[in-house]
Design a protein around this ligand. Structure first.
Ligand code: UD1
Ligand code: CA
Length: 469
């Protein structure tokens, strides 16, 4: 993004400890909606088309640096802050990485839900020659830096709660921790910071005083959506923000026509796209990228990751669909398919139209063609299953010999009885039937009944052993 020809460079402060999380994991790596807090902020910066994204790390730096990805490529840069002497000191560390000609946007790695539009408006307010602060009014501003204004309304200073007078503490407008400022103005101000304050820290917020002294206009861009400036300091706050985010996600889906049985019992941890007339019952979780075609119904308590579910398919309750990110591992469920209850589809399950998968059936890396059915208690892995195959209860493909995985091919119109073991590599010829209880080790001819089990015998003069007296 450019403002009057000026590029935007983002600084994300993420060096703080996050003591109140009481966790070994650095705070900014805790997840909201399935993504690390810091990843949300990096993604927002990417959405601004930032020229550079500089992340200030300190506590748990190596983990934090390894814990985020930048889809945009090379502009993500980490700078370490050791020790952590305050927010001003944090941004000082970024100075060598910031070109003089840009607008610097300062964000925090623990404030995940700021919208790019809000930041664009803040950058507009900065305009390349002003200091723009993102502010909000709180009924309880305890703990925040207060926006101190002159009688004419001009912003004069940010005073931290611990340094504020009684009168200043009654000010409800607070600094969100987010600002936009031209680099050429910011750099000399940073060089003037001191730590003569209640916390003995170098406060970034002191730059406001320098701007005022120098006659640089300071503008407060005030918003009224607390979620966008909410920071995460504790597990309670993390859970509250997660709910706020999920409620928004639920609302936006319902506005597109999706029918959620209860928006309070619904979680998207990634991207969910829905066709018309989709119904989702309570307690479902969607991970990664999931597409539900027109008229899909998802029963209660399903977990669905990285999958495309075709139109009219029904996913019955307690079904686990766990696709992976790659095209190979992604799960496909054909239109009109019936899955579950209690089914498990693992990476690479590709099910055609009208396939039926019933309770306690596990499918992994297998293609099932149109109309194939496995209705109870079965395992199909590393397999190719033809159209209209009927796969009996308790039957499995033994695809793993302890070292390598092999493929099972079940051609069209085959019936596999109950409790069969198909030892791969093996092909069951089209239209054939495998008798219940068979262990199949060799290919079977098309159309034939194949039985591979001990013949049934009956001994009529047999006597049960009796207990010795
Ligand atoms: C800061 C603001 C305050 C504002 C509040 C909004 C200052 C001095 N105060 O206060 O006006 O109302 O945010 O939430 O800026 N960090 C570092 N290195 C450090 C210190 C902090 O990277 O040396 C990071 C933290 O990890 C965090 C962010 O900077 O992500 C903000 O620090 P925090 O201590 O939470 O700031 P506050 O004291 O809350
Ligand atoms: Ca602090």
């Amino acid at each position: 993004m450019k403002q009057n020809g000026q590029a935007v460079d983002v600084v994300i402060m993420a060096a703080g400890k996050g003591t109140r999380m009481k966790s070994r994991l650095p705070k900014v790596l805790h997840r909201l909606a399935g993504r690390a807090l810091l990843q949300h902020v990096v993604d927002t910066a990417t959405g601004l088309n930032a020229r550079r994204v500089v992340v200030i790390t300190g506590h748990g730096a190596a983990d934090v640096e390894a814990g985020v990805v930048h889809p945009g490529g090379g502009m993500l840069q980490f700078v370490r802050q050791e020790p952590q002497l305050g927010t001003g000191h944090a941004v000082q560390q970024a100075v060598p990485a910031l070109p003089d000609d840009g607008i610097v946007v300062v964000l925090s790695g623990d404030v995940p839900l700021t919208q790019a539009d809000t930041l664009r408006a803040l950058i507009d307010a900065c305009g390349g020659d002003r200091l723009a602060l993102l502010t909000i009014a709180f009924d309880d501003p305890t703990g925040y830096g207060r926006i101190v204004r002159a009688a004419n309304g001009d912003v004069q200073a940010i005073v931290e709660h611990k340094d504020a007078s009684e009168a200043q503490r009654t000010i409800r407008e607070i600094y969100s921790g987010i600002m936009a400022v031209p680099a050429r103005l910011l750099k000399p101000w940073l060089a003037q910071l001191d730590n003569k304050n209640a916390q003995g820290e170098y406060y970034l917020t002191d730059v406001v005083k320098f701007a005022v002294a120098q006659g640089v206009p300071v503008v407060a861009h005030q918003i009224n959506d607390p979620v966008q400036v909410a920071g995460v300091n504790s597990p309670v706050q993390l859970a509250e923000l997660e709910r706020a985010h999920q409620q928004r996600a639920a609302r936006s889906l319902m506005e597109q026509g999706v029918r959620l049985a209860d928006p309070a019992r619904f979680d998207v941890r990634g991207e969910l796209r829905c066709g018309q007339d989709v119904e989702i019952d309570i307690g479902c979780i969607f991970h990664g990228s999931v597409e539900l075609g027109e008229g899909v119904k998802v029963g209660a308590h399903c977990v669905i990751a990285n999958a495309r579910i075709g139109a009219g398919a029904v996913i019955h309750p307690y079904t686990h669909i766990e696709g992976g990110f790659s095209e190979k591992d992604r799960i496909e469920v054909g239109s009109g398919a019936l899955i579950g209850p209690y089914a498990r589809l693992r990476p690479g399950a590709k099910l055609g139209e009208e396939v039926h998968i019933g309770n306690f059936v596990e499918i992994k890396a297998a293609t099932l063609a149109r109309g194939a059915k496995a209705n109870h208690l079965a395992y199909i892995g590393d397999s190719k299953v033809g159209e209209r195959v009927n796969y009996g209860a308790g039957s499995i493909t033994a695809n793993y010999d302890g070292a390598n995985k092999h493929t099972t091919v079940i051609e069209a119109d085959v019936h596999i009885g109950s409790n069969c073991v198909l030892i791969a590599p093996v092909t069951i010829g089209a239209g054939g039937t495998v008798g219940g209880g068979s262990t199949i080790t060799k290919d079977t001819p098309p159309g034939a009944l194949t039985v591979a089990r001990a013949k049934q015998i009956s001994l009529s003069n047999w006597k049960r052993p009796e207990k010795k007296k």
